[in-house]
Design a protein around this ligand. Structure first.
Ligand code: GDP
Ligand code: MG
Length: 304
């Protein structure tokens, strides 16, 4: 875009959202973008890949990168998740580190600050979930967290209620560099519709099932058909690792998978703004976490 007299030059940049699992990174991304582009649940490690959320303020295009939390990895999938979070941070023009005020500076957050310091990167500190603590406690928490000397600015927000988010957005908009927009004006995410649809079903699995089952589950959209009457028919497979997990996902007389399907369909109809016919099938595939193709589909590095 050429700079024209009187019209400010366009600005554009990547903002990486880092933090320990469950601090509210995906909730904040959805709030910043004003649309649900990343799934959210009360469980750790809900986000498995890098999710972009894009929005425009004035002449600035802000590209947010939601990341899986940074934690000590065990499985191959965990390693790939943590690796993509670091790649995202390196690519970004600006980094925000989210801390859950209730939990404060835990080991995972410490790992992140140490690594940022090693790479001479600075960040803004975002204290999230301020709705859960007394206002009088916040200053002390903020002072303690700022002792590491890594942060430029500190913001106190509730990603859930939206409190403080407008100030944060204004600050981020001002801090991004001049440059042409990288995405079309109306694009809000880079996630293909099939993957987003699979994520919506996975979110329901995280919300409705417990213990190890959500972590043993992967969802794949097998077919996606736009019908003549304007509705869409989606067929998905829910992969689990054992027969016992399959029984749990199905539930008594298929009641659980039915309720997962009903809730996912409602969410999909809102997201895609059309009538959806969703068909879910559950299959046992012990090794889905060791299949390179899955990592490719999710945008993760199999060998991380
Ligand atoms: P992530 O793992 O960092 O992406 O965290 P999520 O966005 O998935 O959120 C984890 C949990 O924290 C979910 O149950 C959210 O509803 C909850 N949460 C996020 N932001 C807030 C907040 O500002 N206040 C409260 N009370 N809960 C929040
Ligand atoms: Mg998340």
């Amino acid at each position: 875009m050429p700079k024209t007299e009187g019209i400010p030059a366009p600005k554009c940049g990547f903002v990486a959202i880092l933090g320990a699992p469950n601090v509210g990174k995906s909730t904040l991304l959805n709030r910043l973008v004003g649309l649900k582009v990343s799934i959210v649940s009360p469980k750790v490690q809900t986000t498995r890949t890098r999710v972009l959320g894009i929005c425009i303020r004035g002449t600035t295009q802000l590209v947010f990168i939601d990341t899986p939390g940074i934690f000590r990895p065990r499985r191959r999938l965990d390693r790939a998740m943590v690796a993509i979070a670091w790649v995202s941070a390196r690519e970004a023009d600006h980094i925000i580190l989210i801390v859950d005020v209730k939990r404060g500076f835990d080991d995972n957050t410490e790992t992140i600050t140490r690594k940022l310091a090693e790479e001479s990167r600075r960040a803004d500190l975002i204290l999230n979930k301020i709705d859960l603590v007394e206002k009088t406690e916040l200053l002390a928490i903020s002072a303690k967290l700022n002792e590491c000397g890594l942060f430029n600015d500190t913001f106190m927000i509730s990603a859930e209620s939206g409190e403080g988010v407008a100030d944060l957005m204004k600050h981020l908009t001002e801090s991004l560099p001049q440059g042409p927009w990288m995405f079309p004006e109306n694009q809000v995410s880079d996630m293909p519709a099939r993957l987003l649809a699979a994520e919506v079903t996975r979110e329901q699995i995280y919300l409705q099932l417990h213990k190890e089952v959500p972590y043993a589950t992967a969802v794949e959209t097998e077919t996606w058909e736009s019908l003549k009457n304007g509705s869409t028919r989606i067929r998905q497979v829910v992969y689990v690792q054992r027969n016992s997990q399959k029984a749990i996902v199905l539930g008594k007389d298929g009641s659980r998978i039915k309720s997962i399907g009903v809730e996912a369909r409602k969410e999909l109809e809102t997201l895609f703004d059309c009538k959806i016919h969703l068909f879910l099938f559950v299959k046992v595939r012990e090794n889905w976490g060791e299949n390179p193709k899955n990592y490719h589909d999710w945008g993760l590095d199999f060998k991380a």
